[in-house]
Design a protein around this ligand. Structure first.
Ligand code: SF4
Ligand code: SF3
Length: 512
């Protein structure tokens, strides 16, 4: 029987234990993912001779087990074999020992394991752009060894939990550097949600390098490219927006893909999470690459020859007339590109607006989107935010409100999309700069974080915020099932973490 409780939609708010998880992962695949994790732990404990190639395998192995990345038993089995070949004959660690450990130990180890899974995805995106960091990669082995240490106690695990956040901060910084060195500093960019006539490809996930390669391979072929989900911020990078055939954004967040992809005459490429099990009606048009996999779908391998995707798009032909795919609130365009570069270049104006009373408060409303009905909270919260407040946002949770026009303050839109989830790094840089400008600590700023989580990247980001000592974060739509009552008490007592309640109640509590 499977056991998985790593994401927000876990069955009954406790754990997925039946024949398949809520995400569609089967018990067989869940077992293989456990075996892969167990193999990675055994490898880390065997003190292997590290190399770039080995680090890459470990990073990819961890990334593979993130929610909605890989449902393909055959591919995961190959990954297991690849890891076992490196671990000097040590058998995989038995993950059952983790899932049945005393609940506080299990909670702390889960925070570490799920945190490094999320972090590994970011490390992978940086790696394909030629950037690696020994502090980041070395920590993966340290973390895995600790998770597989049956004698380790809470006193040793707690610093590793915050250490995961620290390593992830380094990792997000590395990815920020990798992205901006490769594609330039993001600039505020309005993106249409209207699809033009003719063949097109929709690219989802977080990997900008894959998008770039696809843009190169489609150039001059009469095939347009649209972003989906977490790929939206790509439009803001000079090195990507220069491609005239990168046309716009398609659809909303990941949980709507089964509805939004049905009957669309286009090819879809998933470079990372969040892939949902495709419906038969469109499965033949979906392609995967890198760590993503699903049985029966065509996988684009390491050679990154995207011709099968391009050929599919050409064959399908696209829409016969232009078509708008409006956002959740009916809007047909969205704006992105307010990373730290853009926001800090307007810092003087922002600080002036705060001092003059034009901006009363900043909210960071961001994180993952998901299927739960309670996620309307984030739409309602933004709609309810008074006109003298700014909304910083990032990751796919922004689709709940990024098509709303809620006006501007001093020439800046009130909703500032800072980018993908890893661009939480931008939010951190901006918060630190504001604290500096006002001569106070981040916790004394008129800033509140209202975060939505779903998968393990959100776990790694939350740990980064805790590592930075950021307090009073509101977290929703529900708290992680893997955090035990005692560990939750610890987080509440030391960091003031609070579950979201109602938009009106939270707004009142925050603004007084
Ligand atoms: Fe369940 Fe989430 Fe695990 Fe999928 S990833 S099996 S939905 S807990
Ligand atoms: Fe979304 Fe899956 Fe988390 Fe990068 S795409 S944030 S959920």
């Amino acid at each position: 029987m499977m056991f998985c409780f790593q994401c927000e939609q876990t069955a009954g708010g406790r754990a997925c234990t039946g024949r398949a998880g809520v995400c569609g992962k089967t018990a067989d695949v869940a077992d293989l993912q456990d075996r892969l994790t167990g193999a990675l732990i055994a490898l880390a404990k065997s003190n292997p001779a590290r190399s770039e190639a080995l680090d890459r395998k470990v990073i990819l192995g961890l990334f593979t087990t993130v929610t909605n990345v890989n449902f393909d038993a055959a591919g995961i089995e190959r990954a297991i074999d690849g890891i076992l070949a490196e671990s000097g004959g040590a058998p995989p660690y038995d993950m059952e020992k983790l899932w049945s450990a005393p609940e506080d130990i299990r909670a702390l180890k889960s925070l570490i394991l799920f945190g490094v899974r999320g972090m590994a995805a970011y490390a992978y995106h940086a790696l394909v752009l030629g950037h690696a960091d020994e502090g980041v990669n070395g920590f993966l082995y340290t973390a895995l060894s600790a998770v597989g240490d049956d004698a380790i106690g809470q006193e040793e695990l707690l610093p590793l939990v915050l250490g995961t956040g620290e390593a992830n901060l380094k990792c997000m910084e590395l990815l920020d550097k990798a992205n901006t060195e490769a594609y330039g500093t993001p600039e505020p960019t309005k993106v249409t949600q209207e699809v033009e006539v003719g063949p097109f490809i929709v690219v989802s996930g977080h990997d900008l390098h894959d998008l770039k390669l696809l843009l190169e391979q489609t150039e001059g072929r009469g095939v347009n490219v649209y972003t989906h989900g977490e790929m939206l911020p790509a439009h803001a990078y000079p090195g990507l927006k220069k491609y005239a055939h990168l046309k716009g954004n398609f659809g909303t967040a990941w949980q709507n893909q089964q509805k939004e992809f049905a009957d669309v005459p286009a090819a879809f490429l998933f470079t990372t999470n969040c892939l949902m099990p495709p419906k038969d009606s469109y499965a033949g048009r979906v392609f995967t690459t890198a760590a993503v996999g699903y049985p029966g779908l065509t996988h684009i391998g390491e050679d990154k020859d995207f011709w099968p995707v391009i050929e599919k798009a050409i064959g399908l032909g696209g829409y016969p007339s232009a078509r708008a795919i409006p956002g959740v609130n009916g809007g047909t365009s969205v704006t992105t590109g307010f990373g730290h570069g853009a926001v800090l270049s307007a810092a003087e104006a922002v600080v002036g607006a705060v001092k003059a009373g034009a901006i009363r408060h900043f909210f960071l409303v961001g994180g993952c989107d998901g299927a739960r009905p309670g996620r309307n909270y984030f739409t309602d919260f933004v709609k309810m935010a008074p006109a003298d407040t700014m909304i910083l946002t990032l990751a796919c949770g922004k689709y709940r409100f990024n098509d709303l026009d809620i006006g501007e303050i001093g020439g800046l839109p009130r909703i500032l999309d800072m980018g993908q989830c890893n661009d939480a790094y931008s939010a951190i840089k901006v918060a630190l700069a504001l604290a500096d400008a006002f001569g106070c600590g981040v916790n004394d700023l008129p800033l509140t974080l209202v975060l939505s989580w779903y998968e393990q990247k959100a776990v790694s980001i939350l740990l980064t915020l805790l590592h930075l000592g950021i307090k009073n974060i509101r977290l929703g739509p529900s708290l992680p099932a893997f955090v035990s009552p005692a560990i939750l008490d610890f987080l509440v007592a030391n960091f003031g973490i609070a579950p979201t309640t109602t938009p009106a109640g939270d707004m009142k509590a925050i603004l007084g």
